[in-house]
Every structure is written in structure tokens, then in C-alpha cells.
Design a binder for this molecule. Sequence first.
Ligand SMILES: Nc1ncnc2c1ncn2[C@@H]1O[C@H](COP(=O)(O)OP(=O)(O)OP(=O)(O)O)[C@@H](O)[C@H]1O
Length: 719
Amino acid sequence: MEATQGTKRKRVDEKSPLQQKRLKLLEGRKRLPIWLKQKEIRHALRDHNVLVLSGETGSGKSTQVPQFLLDQPWCSGKIAITQPRRVAAISLARRVAEEMGTPLGSSSPSSKVGYSVRFDDNTSPSTRIKYLTEGMLLQEMLRDATLGQYSCVIVDEVHERSVNVDLLLGFLKQLETRRSSSLKVVVMSATADVDSLRRFFSEMPIVTQGAISTALPTGAAETNGDECRSGSEAAWTGFGDEEERETANSSGVVASISKRIASCHVEGRQYPVVIRYLDNHSDDIMETTLHRIFQIHCKEPMPGDLLVFMTGSDRILDLQKIVEEYAQNLTSDFPKLLVLPLFAALSQAAQQRPFQPAPPNTRKVILSTNIAETSVTVPGVRFVVDTGMAKVKQFRIRLGLDSLLVKQISKSSADQRKGRAGREAPGQCHRLYTEAAYRSMEEHDKPEILRCDLSAAVLTMKARGADDVLAFPFLTPPPRDAMEKALLNLLRLGALQETGQISALGRKVARLPLTPSLGRVIIEAARPEMNCLLEVIDIVACLSVESIWLNVDTEEVRERAQTARQQLAKRSGDHLTLLAAVQAYAAEHSDRRRWADDHLISHRAMQSVMDVRKQLTAQCKQAKLLLRDTEAASASDEGLQERVLRCFLRGFSGNVARLCPDGSYKTFIGNQTVAIHPSSVLRGRKLEAIMYNEFVYTSKAYGRNVSAVQLRWYEEIIG
Ligand SMILES: Nc1ncnc2c1ncn2[C@@H]1O[C@H](COP(=O)(O)OP(=O)(O)OP(=O)(O)O)[C@@H](O)[C@H]1O
């Protein structure tokens, strides 16, 4: 009877649209190269705690591995799979939910797959596979440092080596020995340095007076074969001194440690990708990109969308305008073009647009930063155009500041970009540089931990109980002076006590999804005597998205912009001007798009601001920071203006420059000349002192998002 009912239920289920889609996708999944490896992957994790999995882009790692592991006897909890970016986490969760025939996230209590990204947790109590950004998993560790709800953590795209990935790897390595129930860890990438990862997980940390040194196993196993290999093949020499090594030998710990790690390589990809290089170096990459887009569009048959990798949102928006203008001149013999930008500061809805199919007889041209470089499959894409450049964060230790620089990408990035084509059918990758230029590229990107401000990383460690940050197990230890700078910065913010331990304030800052400086501004604004949290949230929301101001490129538009923005501009600078803009936009109830157009403000950016504003307000309420629930005060209130600026100064006292007799501004820290960015309402003004949120280096050093501050306020803060 039961069996009959079961069969009946199954038959009914299989007719549902979700199940039909699942069955259809199953055919494609079986053709993925990784499909043949599922047994080996399962066995590797049955016998080992750590698996280093390498395999070509598109071989099926991100979508298939969690599904292979879900029904394993050791897997009674959830599986977390981390992604460097939210766009990948969301699109992968959506795809895997379809492949499993389950609703996505919180849409149903029976959903098995969900995602969690900053400002959006889309999971249900029954979620078993959770795609999440690295930052979100680190946030979860604040609530439960042992990650008790997970049986397995998969760290995907580890080659990107973001600071968060390096922190996660360190914490996972510590957890392996600290958790009572075992935690399986899978580390995956197409282009990662497998040997160093294997070595990292087989090393045991030895703490020597505040610094970490590690004993490396000699003769680490080669990992290029296509079979799963056990780490026990590598001769383990274990601990760094004889006494410990003997203890380990006699207790048998060595054997168990060396048995922990397996590695596996998946050969091949489903569809080939043809690579095209330029014969000669291009002096005008925008022109070359434009030309190539239309060459492909006019010559290549449909279907076949284009994915173009560029450096940043400003260039993307410029090119979008030009492509749209040119496309209007095409005759009706050609399909239409739909240009879609894709970059981090876009709202979540805008980021999902490229993943939807193009309308009939239309080719999508997606202009993207490197946020679409790894993990994602953009449906329809057959052609990748790679400009070979990216914007990267670079920390200037002397100044204690991050700046963004445009740099040539690494081979690993170029290969990832290529991997975005050929996922649903054979593809082409058009590299807008020469083959010789490709050969001269660095193999891998420099890990972010070696080139960025470490304040957030240090606070992350301290808040999760890793108090001795110099002894933290890093895959690549960061420079000591950068660590010291970060400790000093956190001390200046009041996030650490004099002893170096995290303060109560530091814990509050660590819970906010913001940099320590912005987090500190929020905490300051919540103090009763400051009482300006709603206003500060508005400004912080603006600073978290793309610039709200539209680019003005012609004299005529510049004049229009000046007049329109005059009404919003505040004499004290950009922070209060942003507040005035948000308040005016929020107060506009009839036609916000028109209001934005009239003020030459990006409606899209303002929608993201409203999104972030809502989420931050909710988080501040949850953290009991926001007690006042009334309307924000007006940006013209002078007492309020001073309080808001003082709050920002509390978080950014390291970014203050004073006016010198020669009319230039020099920073207090580092004595560096810094100019007011041309986009600022303060450009050309001579003020006692300025404070800025961001340091950018183009033709010279600029401070961006600048306000006037009084030296007296600054002195009060630094004491
Ligand atoms: N959203 C999607 N739409 C259509 N096909 C998809 C989608 N996501 C995945 N696929 C299919 O599944 C294949 C495997 O994707 P998956 O992301 O698992 O590969 P991967 O090995 O992790 O690649 P990468 O290293 O590039 O992240 C893709 O090549 C594509 O054929």
C-alpha cells in the first residue's frame, strides 16, 4: 500500500514543472566532465577531511559538487559553498535549485537550496545547500565560531585570494582541529596553486614568540594526475622540533594528519573555446572594444550573446552610451542590440538582468567588470571580449590608504574570463591584446592580503576569537608593517583596547556589514549627544554604491548639471550634499525617475541607495543602535551638519589634510599632497582642513567625497 502511494506521489511530482525542468537539466549534468568523478569525490571525502579539487572552468565544480555530497552518511548538516561575489552566489543557487527540482530559498518551507549575500538572506529552515559570499560566512562565525550547522564547507574560486578567502582558509584549518564533530572542507578552483593549498592544510602551525612559522611537509604529492590522490602519499615531516615530532609519531597523530588531505583534478570541459589575439598592441582600447563588438555582431550568426570585460563602471557607462548610439544606425537586416552593464555597485535587480534571456531577434552585449569573471554562467553568452585590464585595490602603507589602480590582469584571470564562453555551446574568446602580452602576464594575481588595508581583516579575526593575529595561519602571511598599521588604525577608531583586545565598541563595528571606518561612523552617530543616525545612514548608503552623479561630458550638459545640482549643493562639502540629494529623492513621491533626470542624478544608483538605506536601518534597529524612529532632520540644520561631520571625522581621522601656505593640502598622516577631486562640490575651494572618504590616484593624488572640517574638531578627536 505504502509503496503504491509512494509511486503515485512520485508520478504526480514528476509532472510538476519543477520536476520536469529537473529531468531536462539532468541530461546536461550527465555530460559534464565532473559527472564521471562523483564516486571518487565522494570516496575522497569519506576517507579525508580536506579535498583540494581543481578542474577546468565549466567542468561542473560549483554546481555539482554540493549535490554529490548531500546524501553522504557524514553529511547530516548543511553544506556551505562560498563565492567571491553576490552575483555568483545568487545565480548559482538559482541554477542548482532548478537542477534539484526544489523551490529557491525562502519561497517555500521545503526548499533545499538558498543563498545569503549582504543585505539579502534567502534561505529557509530546510535549506541544505547554501551559496553565500565569503563575507557572509565570516559574519555567521560571529554567531557560531564553530560553524556547527554545517557538515561541509566548500570554498570555491579560491584562486581569487581575496582577504576573506584567506581568512576563511585560516579559520577552517583551525576548526578542523578544534571542532568536536568533523567538518569536511573542499577547496576548489580552475586555476589555483594546488600544491600550496595542499601544503597549507598539511602544515601544523608552530607559534614562536608572536610570529608564526610553519613546518612544511617535504615531497608533497604531485597533483596533476586525473585521479584523486590521498595526502598520505606525501611524506609528512610534521612539527618543527624533534620533541614534538616524536610525540606525534608515538601517538600516531602524524598519520591521521597526513591522511586528512586528498586532491582531485577534473580533466576537460564540455565545449571548446577558440582564442583570438590582436596582431598588434592597441593604443585605444575603447575604440578597439567598440570595433570588435560590432564586428562580432555583424558577422557572427545568432544566437550568441557577448560578454565584454572592462575596468570599471565609468568606462562601462561611457561605452554603453556609444554602443547604443551606433546601434541606432544599423539597418534592420541586423538583429537588435541590448546593452546591459554589470558591476558591483548596481542594485541586485540590475545585476540579475544579464541573466535573463534576450528578447527575440536581439543580441545581449553585457559590459562587465571582473565581477562576472569567475563562477558565473551567463546564459546565451558565446563570445567573450577581454580588454586584459582590471581595477585593483592597492594599499599604500606609508599613507595607510587603499587606492584603486588600473592594471594588467594575470594569466589566471584571462583564463577565467575565457571560461565564461563555451558553457552552453562552443565559444570564442577575443583577447584585445597580443599573444606575446598574454605570455608575459603574471601567472596569478597577487593575493589581496598583500596589497590592501588590513583593518577589516584584523577586526574580523579579533571578533572571532583569533586574538593573536600575528599567529594566525595565513596561506600567505601579510607584511608585518601592514598588520601594525591596521592595529594602530583600529586602536585609533576605539575598536581595540590598549591591550590589543577587541573592545565592546569594536564588537559592534564588526557586526555591521561595513568597513571599520564606516562602521565607526555609524556607532558614533547613534550616541545620544550626536543623534544623527538616520542622516548618517543616508550618506553611508550613498558611499556604498556607484556615484549617484551622472557623468557630464559636454559643456551644455555641464551647465545644466551645475544649475540643477546647485539647489542640492551644501557649502560644507560632499557629505551633506549627498544627504540633501537622498532626502529630496525620498521626498519625491510623484515621479522619482524624472526628478533624477532633472538633477542629472542616476536613478539606478538612487534605487540602490534606497535599498541599502532600508537594510542598514533595519540592521541598526536590530542592533539597538536606532532608537529614534522619526523622520530624519533636514540637511540644512546647521547644528546637525556639524554633528554629522564630526561623526565622519571619528571614522576617518586618518584621512584629514590641512591647507598649506602654498595653497595645497597635505595629509596629517604621511604628509602627502592631496587635491580635492574634480567631482567634489568643494573643488577649487581653500579651506582650513578637509576630510575625505576615498583616496584615488589617477594623474595625481585626489581625495574623493570631501568635506570641510575644523582643525579644532580634529584635535579633539585625536586628543
Ligand atoms: N545559470 C546557468 N544557465 C545555464 N547553464 C548553466 C548555468 N549554470 C551552470 N550551467 C551549466 O553548467 C556547467 C557547469 O557550471 P559550473 O559553474 O558548475 O562549472 P565550474 O566548473 O564551477 O566552472 P567555473 O570554474 O568557471 O566556475 C556550465 O558550463 C553550464 O553548461
